[in-house]
Design a protein around this ligand. Structure first.
Ligand code: AP5
Length: 253
């Protein structure tokens, strides 16, 4: 499903934003703030997969056991799912990839996908023109680093709203009324994979398979590292600054 109406022709292009970082680094939290500020959709592969699991789709059936173990779902399944999502209209001005790419193979796939030029960035800051000559969009890649002990503390305290997706934390960002969403009053839930033994596996999968993704982008000179171990607003300010630096229209346009 596309996020609200984010396809307005009057807003500037932002391009693809990739949020990297270990489980609990704050990717989802920061992605939601980027959506608000820059009006581009959040594409969270974790959320898309959980939605498929809940609806018992063939993809969800395949993904369920893998996710419960804390392993990664196969590249083919995830890339196919992302490819479909990126074709929706709301992604034309840009989008936030939260939790993708997570393997070097996925990063290579994404580069290929962006090279096919479904977007137009020939004029930075300009709106997408349907059918215009497409140009390659280079993603802004932001990695959030947080100490592993703090990650475990964050993840075991996380609660989320099953209706609007808002993220809370019993330690750092509690709901106004215990276990109830401030926005829609739904009862907050704990994610199935936020159990301590699964968190351990997820962190191990991050070390093994996703750290090399940051190296992949670093070698291409595209990696921007943020200290995610600070108050949320400070992290947000630095991320916004980096996005503006990349997406600002060049002078003369
Ligand atoms: P996914 O849903 O992507 O989970 P994840 O990467 O493990 O990340 P999280 O959602 O746990 O953390 P986050 O960084 O978003 O942190 P958040 O903002 O919530 O993936 C789940 C599973 O799906 C995977 O294990 C895998 O099986 C599968 N999958 C997904 N994508 C895949 C792919 N591409 N390929 C293959 N498989 C895939 O914050 C965490 C908590 O900390 C919150 O409570 C928040 O309030 C708090 N917090 C945030 N920022 C701060 C701060 N600055 N200070 C204090 N607290 C903070």
């Amino acid at each position: 499903m596309p996020n609200q109406d984010l396809s307005s022709q009057d807003l500037p292009n932002i391009g693809p934003i990739v949020l990297l970082g270990p489980p609990g680094a704050g990717k989802g939290t920061q992605a939601k703030r980027i959506v608000e500020e820059f009006k581009i959709p959040q594409i969270s592969t974790g959320d898309l997969l959980r939605d498929n699991v809940q609806r018992h789709t063939p993809l969800g059936v395949q993904a369920k056991a893998v996710m419960e173990r804390g392993d990664l779902v196969s590249d083919d399944l995830v890339c196919g799912m992302v490819g479909e999502r990126l074709q929706l209209d709301d992604a034309r001005r840009g989008f936030i990839l939260d939790g993708f790419p997570r393997t070097v193979e996925q990063a290579i796939w994404l580069d290929g996908f962006l090279q096919h030029g479904i977007f137009d960035n020939s004029k930075p800051g300009a709106s997408k023109v349907k059918g215009a000559k497409a140009a390659h969009w280079t993603p802004i890649v932001i990695r959030m680093d947080v100490d592993y002990n703090k990650l475990k503390f964050r993840l075991t305290g996380r609660r989320s709203c099953p209706v609007c997706g808002r993220i809370y934390n019993v330690h750092s960002q509690p709901a106004s009324v215990d276990e109830v969403c401030d926005v829609d009053g739904a009862k907050l839930v704990i994610r199935d994979d936020d159990r301590e033994e699964v968190i351990q596996e997820r962190l191990a999968a991050y070390d093994r398979l996703t750290k090399p993704v940051a190296d992949y982008y670093d070698r291409k000179g595209r990696l921007f590292v943020v200290n995610g171990d600070r108050p949320m607003d400070k992290v947000t300010a630095e991320i916004f600054q980096e996005i503006r630096r990349h997406s600002a229209p060049a002078s003369g346009h």
